[in-house]
Structure formats: C-alpha cells, structure tokens
Design a protein around this ligand. Structure first.
Ligand code: IPE
Ligand code: IPE
Ligand code: MG
Length: 248
C-alpha cells in the first residue's frame, strides 16, 4: 500500500492524526518476549507510519511516546526507552530529513537525559524548514502539566501588566501550549483496546474523532491504519450543528 488506498477519499483525509501507541508490553508478553522487544517492534511500526503519512498525503501526525506518568515504570524499562529514543534519532534523522519530515517534540524536555536533549534540539533545528510531514513526538508529556504551565505563563503576563485578564481567549491559551501552530487533531487513534486518554492532548482533542482498536501497537501496520481511516470517513463531524448530507 505505497499509495493511498482507492476507497479513501483524498479530499476528506484527516489533516492531523494523533496516536496513543499502546500495547507494546502485551504484544511482547503474548510472544513470550521481554517488554522491551515490544518497544523495539513498536519503533519499527512508527517509522513506517511516518512514511505512510507522507505517501498518503496526511500532513501532520502526533504520537505519544512517553507520558509524565511513565516515570513510574521500572527503572530498567525507563532507561531502555530513553536509550531507544536517542538511538532512533541518531539512526533515522538523515533519512527523515531527506524525506522532508519536520520533527518537533512536545513535553517537558528538561527532565530528559542531557544527551537525548541535545539530539532532540539538533533534530528540530535541522528539519525545521521541511515541508513534507510534520512529525510531533510527545515525550515526558502530560496534558494537565501543559495546561498548568499555560496558566502560569498567562498569569505572569497579567502580573507584568502586558495582558488584560479579559483578553484571555481560546487563542491566547492555545498559544501557550506545546502545540502553538497547526490544526488540532482530526482523528485520535489508540491501540491495544484501552479506551481512555491517559492525560494526552486534553485541550487539543476537544472536537477530535476518537478511534479505538484492539490491535497492539507493534501490529498497527498500514492495513490497520487504512481501516481506521475508512471508519473516520464514515463519521459525520457535526461540530454542534445539525446532520450533514452524509448522515441524513
Ligand atoms: C506503550 O506500550 C509504550 C509506552 C507507554 C512507552 P506499553 O508499554 O504501555 O504496553 P502495555 O500497555 O503494557 O501492553
Ligand atoms: C499512554 O500509555 C502513554 C503512552 C502511550 C506513551 P500507558 O500505557 O502509559 O497508559 P495507561 O497507564 O494504560 O493509561
Ligand atoms: Mg500501556
């Protein structure tokens, strides 16, 4: 499936898809493998997904790679994940850059290992002008932390006298989040059968279509993505209005 499947309407593709990549551990357990084997296979799947978004014409994807809650996992697993992120960045950056991928990271990066922070900063700088696909990776990301920080920043501006409280609107708030530009996600996909948001993009997902699949993340290949897009295109996005022709 190198090109967009023929049963998908190109004109109604989601412009931004967010993913909660869940089920790596269970995928591995099912095979009698250590959890880290699931993370490794999950990374391979992610690599192809970025390419797929480019091939199919989906301009932005945002993936949840590590939450502010994930620090509570066993230290060995956390360390493995941090090393995996760093290794992937080193190994895949050139290819992603050539493919026109613009990389951005969302989250409190200051708590990550220093060497990983360096790789992230470089990757963002190198790919900043690329226009193929915007690939956002949420690392040490928590939506409530993101919103709390936005409140703090706005309160500071009020305190300094540069912002009137009555001028705070949805745009001013959005601008203080880790996702200041670009459209909100049209579609959120969570794998592994769990049906919750786990502190992910709570503000940005206000009107997003939610799609949950039983596939574990390491099994989420192009054909699973195809099925999710078909389901998305069946939805009638009313945004509070009455039904459109699609569902009438
Ligand atoms: C998602 O898979 C990857 C991360 C959260 C980093 P999990 O590791 O949560 O896999 P399960 O949910 O335990 O199967
Ligand atoms: C959410 O998955 C975080 C990421 C995918 C990075 P979790 O597996 O950590 O979520 P919970 O704990 O099941 O809600
Ligand atoms: Mg999980």
């Amino acid at each position: 499936m190198k090109t967009l499947p023929v049963d998908i309407d190109r004109d109604r593709l989601p412009q931004h898809v967010a993913f909660i990549m869940d089920g790596n551990g269970r995928w591995a357990k099912q095979r009698g493998l250590p959890r880290i084997a699931g993370h490794r296979q999950g990374a391979r799947i992610l690599k192809d997904l970025v390419r797929c978004c480019k091939d199919w014409g989906i301009p932005t994807l945002t993936v949840y790679a590590f939450s502010t809650e994930n620090w509570q996992r066993p230290l060995k697993e956390v360390e493995f994940l941090m090393r995996l992120f760093e290794r992937l960045l080193r190994k895949e950056l050139t290819e992603m850059h050539q493919a026109g991928v613009r990389l951005q990271f969302l989250g409190d990066l200051s708590e990550l290992p220093a060497s990983l922070q360096t790789e992230m900063t470089q990757a963002c700088e190198i790919t900043a002008q690329n226009q193929g696909v915007t690939f956002n990776v949420a690392v040490n990301y928590g939506s409530r932390l993101e919103i709390t920080r936005a409140f703090q920043a706005l309160a500071q501006q009020v305190k300094q006298g540069v912002l009137n409280p009555e001028d705070i609107d949805e745009t001013t708030i959005s601008q203080q989040l880790y996702t200041p530009d670009g459209p909100d996600p049209d579609l959120l996909i969570r794998t592994s059968g769990e049906q919750r948001l786990s502190n992910y993009l709570l503000w940005q997902l206000a009107y997003t279509e939610l799609y949950f699949t039983e596939h574990f993340w390491p099994d989420f290949d192009r054909s699973a993505f195809h099925v999710a897009l078909l389901a998305y295109q069946q939805r009638d996005r009313r945004f509070g209005k009455v039904a459109t022709a699609l569902s009438a």
